[in-house]
Design a protein around this ligand. Structure first.
Ligand code: CP
Length: 326
């Protein structure tokens, strides 16, 4: 099927594990089309006029939350910002009651971040609105991986045949999981790098290679994605000291001398400067970290547009079925 004949059917975006290559490419192509809205003097399109998007964040966020809010605003949707601390969740209201009460106000799309894996799927089965996963536990962070692949595709043309390392705290990283699904489906070879204590359980079941030495593979890489050590999720100390971790796995100016001249340096943010990478590398010529953030806006506009399109298509099919049954 040709790209322009592709019909998007999904009402939710819960993760990338179940998406096909064609679906991922369709999101990236749609995002490309939305990019130019942000270059206009009036940065708005009427695409989601009359729709309501709720940002339902149960964990802190700078990039994802603001990017979704701006994306929804650019598409003329009304946006409700929900924070756990200032809501009735602090009085004991459940997640489902919270979502159902918001739904009673007529919301169309819920963007949810939660510390528990599976919460977006649970919501999608219990409310009528579209659900977009903005990060659930250690499971998935699909829009981060979409903006990562968008950025690589924009600069390198394609992910086909590229060698991409994801370095650091893989065990606790929802970004790593979504990146693995997206990047391998688009034809890249993914290598997970870090100490054994930060590798996920059943890593052999993932479509990746594993290396415990960054120095052994750095020279072969086209892209290196450095992950934050998620201290808030660590039960016990996974390495003897921060200094030792940085010595073996930190991206330093000195270590960068071994890398290809055109290697892309990525990080989902927030960065622990001086731990997983030195500031000179984070702000250096190979870094595309702020380009990732910029591209996140177009990607999230595409996701909001597509899940709304999927919801409308499903509603039409349901209405037609009901008419036929009458
Ligand atoms: N990359 C990412 O999810 O950043 P935030 O936690 O700031 O949203």
């Amino acid at each position: 099927m040709k790209k322009n004949q592709f019909i998007w059917k999904r009402k939710h975006l819960l993760g990338l594990r179940s998406l096909s290559r064609e679906e991922i490419e369709h999101i990236l192509d749609t995002a490309k089309g939305f990019e130019q809205i942000s270059t206009r003097s009036i940065k708005k399109a009427p695409t989601l006029r009359g729709k309501v998007v709720v940002n339902l964040f149960f964990e802190d966020s700078t990039r994802t939350r603001n990017s979704f809010a701006l994306a929804a605003n650019r598409l003329s949707a009304d946006v409700i910002e929900f924070t756990q601390k200032s809501s009735s969740v602090s009085k004991g209201e459940t997640l489902l009651d919270t979502a159902k009460n918001l739904e009673a106000m007529g919301i169309d799309i819920v963007v949810i971040r939660h510390s528990a894996g599976g919460v977006p799927k649970f919501l999608s089965r219990n409310i009528n609105a579209s659900v977009v996963n903005a990060g659930d536990g250690f499971c998935e962070h699909p829009t981060q991986a979409l903006l990562d692949t968008y950025t690589i595709r924009e600069i390198k043309g394609s992910l086909e045949g590229l060698k991409i390392a994801i370095v650091g705290d893989i065990a606790h990283s929802r970004v790593a999981r979504s990146d693995i699904y997206a990047m391998t489906k688009l034809g890249a070879q993914v290598i997970l790098v870090g100490p054994p204590t930060l590798m996920p359980a059943k890593v052999e079941q993932l479509p990746v290679k594993v290396s415990y030495s960054l120095d052994d593979i750095l020279g072969e890489l086209d892209v290196i994605n450095m992950l934050r050590i998620q201290f808030e999720r660590l039960g016990s100390n996974p390495f003897p000291s921060i200094k030792e971790y940085s010595h073996y796995f930190g991206l330093t100016v000195d270590r960068m001398k071994k890398a290809k001249k055109d290697i892309l340096v990525m990080h989902p943010g927030p960065i622990n400067r001086g731990l997983e990478m030195e500031s000179e590398v984070a702000d250096g010529p190979n870094s595309v970290i702020l380009q990732q953030v910029k591209n996140g806006l177009a990607v999230r506009m595409a996701v909001l547009f597509l899940v709304n399109q999927g919801a409308m298509m499903r509603q039409k099919i349901k209405d037609r079925r009901e008419r036929l049954e009458d």
